[in-house]
Design a protein around this ligand. Sequence first.
Ligand SMILES: [Zn+2]
Length: 382
Amino acid sequence: MEIYRAYKFRLYPNEEQKILIHKTFGCARFVYNYYLNYQKEKGVQKTFDLCKDLKELENQYEYLKEVDSCALRSSIFDLEDGFNNFFAKRSGYPRFKSKFNRQSYRTSCVRGTYKEKEYSNIEVDLLTRNIKLPKIGNVKIKGFRDKDKIEGKIVNATISRESTNKYYVSVLVEEDILIEKIIPTTIVGIDLGIKDLVVTSDGIKYGNLKVLMKFEKRLKRLQRKLSRQEKESKNYLKTKEQIARIYTKIRNYRKHYLNYIANEIVDDHDIIVTESLLVKDMFKDKKKAFNKSLSDACVSTLRSLIEWKCKIKGKYYYKINTYYPSSQICSHCGYKNSKLKDLSIREYDCPKCGSHNDRDINASLNILLEGLKLHYNLASVV
Ligand SMILES: [Zn+2]
């Protein structure tokens, strides 16, 4: 099976390379905006024709020749994606890019042979911690300390500068891996939710990251401060950078925590079942709006992490019906207790069989049972 994996490294360009990277950001943006405008006036064109036209544009604006030409072509492909998404009603009409947005460009990997020697315009050397990028040359990188080689074929590289003034490169790699589906011996149901982020049918609970609340408070304070400061003043920019730093910290904490949870769950079980529920419905309470913003992102990321890890480890992942009332049904006797719509009831005794149920563990047990049905029905059909 072919899978794609992205490796993101911190990038340490020297001053000269920084200048060229910034030029490339600018040129890629220019090409994007130029052809967006072009198509606004003349109607949507074929990407092939735009790429041909790009050659002429390069003759017209000589400075475009200074930068990586793959990056310019990528801009046209991005624009094509933008229009495709628009026509498929997945997003709005493509908008012009501003230099105040996140700065990035993508370049694609080109391979060939020259005098019987194979070469490629993008190469990652993890022994010397260097990446070779078209036009830019060798740049120092940091990250993936435990690896000394990247398996697979490089597809492209995206170079970006975050508002924290740090540079990154994300390298997309195509890997051909052999995956054998394992014979499952364990199953777990997972309730993703409000009070705890994850409750498993084994009775394990993973709470929401408390540290994120602390960051959120600091963030709110800084945003208030920013709104009082004079735009584009020295202090304004300083506050803006502080805010960007906190956002990065939140992202990193969240990423590590979710990966840790997903790894533990997927390593310990062969069949994993979650609900596919719309998190939106779970947070009707406005007081919980804060939790919502955290959980929304966490829940969907966690689900895709689990799905992905199951896939590459040959394990099984199922999502069960959104409207299945997993928390209202007693996992011991099947009695449906509609009083439990009230989310504040955390523990209760089943009126029919008398068993004492923890709301979330009970829900995850029901999710497990639904997944079990799904797994063996599917298996019998195949
Ligand atoms: Zn019961």
